[in-house]
Design a protein around this ligand. Structure first.
Ligand code: SAH
Length: 502
């Protein structure tokens, strides 16, 4: 087997600013070599046993020298592996991607480059600054601010030309040399009133933008404690920021929200938070373990004609049930004669993806609401099938059995994912989070099982959001005080709580 290397631009940081091709390379990699500026959440898209190698650079504090990085990449590829080298922004914009490519070529290793959105353009965009504009800038220059110490005059940079382009100048890696940069430009004739923006952690939820003028920018940066990674944008386009800023004005901008749901279920909450400008910090508490070789389920599917109702209570249940139909060489037509009920709109949507419109969807994502709707329509001649989690609450089955026959089949189990204790405690201790969300009772108990009862008080520092009354009660029983409970017991209900919290 021949190895191959993909040099992939990971974009400026916003999770969704990655190309489809880049994502594909992450998914098929055997080894991912990544650095500080590539969003770490991409690693979650990797194959189960993918190897991760961090070669991060925090400015001058290199974790691995470039030669060693090149060596690692080449060696892994020679072992026959698919290596994805994730680099912040675009691999060929000051990313030393060219050097990595040259070495691979020399060693006869196949490689491909996937361009990314460079921070020089995308970062300015998220700061509300268009890099060109008919009225203000007809060109732009992207310049390294990593000036060589050995040469005071920096002949590799033509300051005179830069100062007189009338285009937008964007310096990368320039924070440490800000004073030199601004004074060189002024010396070569650029107006000292030229607007300058310092954009740190661009496109991330911790993006910070400070504006100044060429004359004052150095002092401003010192006063504000500006640190890398920061873009220095110089030019009149900076003035458009007030009008064109769309990112920092998003409703959840700057809010850091811990999301405690099983990995398979958390994605909609996570993506909604980031779409609204917030920073979701995913903490998996439970994982779903499907019950394998489920003869009991197969038997009930064989007898499906005896049933009049099918109740699906979660996305997991929908997936497992329909996958089983498929495995048995059947499809949704076997359900033609039954009524299908979904708990919650998300579950209903999953059922719809499988080609069926749910007949009954309670307004709230709780068993009690489903029963309220069912109790008036169920007759004693009905027969109800509920394929669901092993550790689900008894309520629904107990209540329905008072009316008619009901059969519960266990199809999965939610088990604790306690591999993450240290990671979770680090997040709680770091103080970076503002909110924590609990979308079910079991996520509360599981979360506490993971961090340990002795650490519950760490939650007092956070605003705790609960999806509904039962989750709230479970939290209260554990001495966790709830900051807000969703009005509607859905993911959107929880998001509303955070959005309305000023
Ligand atoms: N290949 C990258 C640049 C690598 S050089 C790209 O195309 O974006 C590293 C420098 O890029 C940092 O010092 C900083 O100046 C800039 N940079 C990269 N990502 C950034 C971000 N999200 N916010 C601010 N600056 C960033």
């Amino acid at each position: 087997m021949k190895g191959k290397v993909y040099l992939v631009g990971a974009g400026p940081g916003d999770y969704k600013l990655l190309t489809l091709k880049g994502l594909e390379c992450i998914k098929k990699a055997d080894v991912i070599v990544y650095d500080r500026l590539a969003n770490k959440n991409y690693l979650k898209e990797a194959k189960e046993n993918c190897e991760f190698i961090y070669v991060g650079k925090a400015s001058s504090n290199h974790t691995l020298p470039q030669d060693d990085i090149n060596r690692v990449i080449a060696d892994k590829a020679k072992e026959g592996k698919i290596v994805t080298r994730l680099k912040g922004g675009d691999p060929y914009v000051f990313g030393r991607g060219g050097e990595e490519g040259e070495l691979l070529k020399e060693e006869g290793i196949e490689f491909e480059v996937v361009p990314g959105i460079t921070s020089a353009i995308g970062g300015l965009c998220y700061a509300g600054i268009p890099i060109t504009h008919r009225d203000y800038a007809s060109s732009f220059h992207v310049i390294t601010g990593h000036l060589r110490d050995d040469d005071k005059e920096n002949p590799e940079i033509n300051w005179n030309a830069l100062a007189n382009t009338n285009g937008t100048l964007v310096f990368l890696m320039g924070v440490a040399n800000l004073q030199k940069i601004s004074s060189n430009l002024i010396k070569e004739g650029q107006s000292k009133d030229t607007p300058v923006a310092l954009i740190s952690w661009a496109t991330r939820s911790n993006q910070r933008v400070i504006t100044s003028t060429l004359e004052n920018v150095y002092e401003t940066a010192i006063k504000e404690g500006v640190k890398p990674p920061t873009l220095i944008a110089v030019g009149d386009v900076v003035g458009l920021r007030d009008k064109l800023n769309f990112f920092e004005t998003k409703p959840l901008f700057g809010k850091n929200v811990i999301v405690t749901r099983s990995r398979t279920q958390s994605s909609s909450l996570v993506s909604k938070i980031s779409d609204l400008g917030g920073n979701p910090i995913e903490v998996p508490t439970i994982k779903i373990e499907k019950i394998e070789n489920n003869i009991a389920l197969e038997n009930e599917i064989k007898n499906i004609k005896d049933y009049t109702y099918l109740i699906l209570t979660s996305k997991n249940a929908v997936d497992i049930f329909f996958d089983k139909l498929d495995e048995m060489d059947l499809d949704s037509r076997v359900l033609a004669n039954l009524k299908v009920c979904a708990i919650g709109s998300a579950t209903a949507k999953e059922i719809k993806n499988r080609g069926i419109k749910a007949d009954v969807v309670p307004e709230k994502f709780v068993a009690e609401y489903l029963f309220e709707e069912l109790k008036d329509v169920l007759k004693d001649s009905d027969k109800v099938l509920i394929p669901r989690a092993k550790n689900a609450r008894d309520f629904l089955v107990d209540k329905i059995s008072e009316i008619c026959e009901v059969k519960e089949v266990h199809i999965y189990e939610t088990v604790l994912d306690d591999s993450k204790k240290d990671e979770v405690l680090d997040i709680l201790n770091s103080g970076e989070a503002d909110y924590i969300t609990f979308a079910s009772s079991s996520t509360v108990t599981n979360f506490v099982d993971i961090i340990g009862k002795e650490n519950i008080d760490k939650l007092n520092e956070l605003k705790v959001i609960s999806i509904g009354p039962i989750t709230t009660q479970t939290a209260k029983d554990l001495n966790i005080s709830i900051y807000k409970e969703a009005d509607i017991a859905t993911i959107d209900g929880m998001i509303d709580c955070i959005m309305n919290d000023k």
